[in-house]
Design a binder for this molecule. Structure first.
Ligand code: ADP
Ligand code: MG
Length: 139
């Protein structure tokens, strides 16, 4: 298995609640190398662009409002099989259905306010990392 990269986001609910450090600790404890990281406060347009794949979903507008309500921390993570491994560490989309010990189970408070994001496939991992980090930042 080759070393691959994925995009992680600590969402506004977890940042404002003061969970950033603990979540970064979980990431490192689980063997991911953080190869790039930045904190930023998305505009509506930036959040709409990031979640464009969900633009027809009934929850889209609420999701964009949530993702712009405060700062986020976005990171590129590297390890073997990083996309699936990071999704396993995050847990299911709905914190109520996530496994014990996962980040979403521990820090998520609703289906929407679920603390973290992770790419779901190789192509989206590529698009999403390029959305937040330019070529020079990801060498
Ligand atoms: P994931 O983040 O696990 O890949 P999705 O890509 O399906 O999940 O959805 C993106 C984000 O939209 C979720 O993480 C969650 O914040 C929000 N979301 C998904 N489904 C719903 C829903 N039915 N109601 C409200 N928010 C939702
Ligand atoms: Mg998704």
């Amino acid at each position: 298995m080759s070393i691959k990269r994925t995009l992680a986001i600590i969402k506004p609910d977890a940042v404002v609640a003061g969970h950033t450090g603990k979540i970064i600790g979980e990431i490192e404890k689980n063997g991911f190398k953080i190869v790039a990281m930045k904190m930023l406060h998305l505009t509506i347009r930036q959040a709409e662009g990031f979640y464009a794949v969900h633009s027809e979903k009934p929850f889209f507008k609420d999701l964009v409002n949530f993702m712009t309500e405060g700062p986020i921390v976005t990171m590129i993570l590297e390890r073997e099989n990083s996309i699936l491994q990071w999704r396993a560490v995050m847990g299911a989309t709905d914190p109520a259905k996530a496994e014990e010990g996962t980040i979403r189970k521990t820090y998520g408070t609703s289906l929407q306010r679920n603390a973290v994001h992770g790419s779901d496939a190789e192509d989206t991992a590529g698009t999403e990392t390029r959305y937040f980090f330019n070529a020079m930042e990801t060498l």
